[in-house]
Write a protein of this length. Structure first.
Length: 175
């Protein structure tokens, strides 16, 4: 199977959803020398999806699901993010949807069952937060949009690439 995945980590071949085994800090996938291609694909898809379909949160989730082999394209995860674009508020005074979409993927991949240890998911989203802070000075939608001159496709592309890099460093041989 691609990237050394086993049946515990993927969807059934028939397209039926199976239970996804939450990843731990000990899980590792071999991506060979494909890291640059995966990073570029995440960036390109993030940009394309936001430019074509709009919806920063869902476009970030879709880009991550489509670029990274060990993230199954879970329909429930995608549906759950559909209302979180543009800060999920008409005033855009909450988290950027691209940041939120990244967090939802991270939580889905390595979050916990009800009230378990969420240390790893926090560590990973904090790394995404740092990227947003360094680039835009904030994760708040309207502040990010101002710093990005309203170029949301580029924000989604960067968020998808940053999150991909963070996930590859955690779960693959990428350095």
């Amino acid at each position: 199977m691609a990237c050394g995945l086993n049946a515990d980590h993927v969807m059934a071949a028939s397209g039926e959803e199976t239970e996804f085994k939450v990843l731990s800090e000990n899980d590792h996938f071999d991506i060979g020398d494909r890291s640059k291609d995966i990073l570029q694909k995440a960036y390109d898809l993030g940009y394309l999806y936001e430019d074509k379909h709009r919806g920063c949160a869902r476009c970030t989730v879709a880009a991550l699901q489509d670029a990274i082999d060990f993230i199954p394209a879970d329909k429930g995860l995608f549906r759950s993010v559909s209302c979180l674009d543009g800060g999920a508020t008409p005033t855009k005074d909450a988290n950027c949807g691209a940041f939120t979409g990244s967090g939802l993927v991270i939580g889905w991949l390595c979050g916990t069952d009800r009230f378990g240890d969420n240390t790893l998911s926090h560590e990973l989203i904090h790394k995404v937060h740092k990227c947003f802070e360094e680039e835009y000075g904030s994760v708040i939608c309207k502040e990010v949009r101002d710093r990005a001159d309203g170029k949301c496709p580029q924000v989604v592309a960067k968020a998808a690439k940053w999150t991909t890099e963070i996930l590859l460093k955690q779960f693959t041989n990428y350095e």
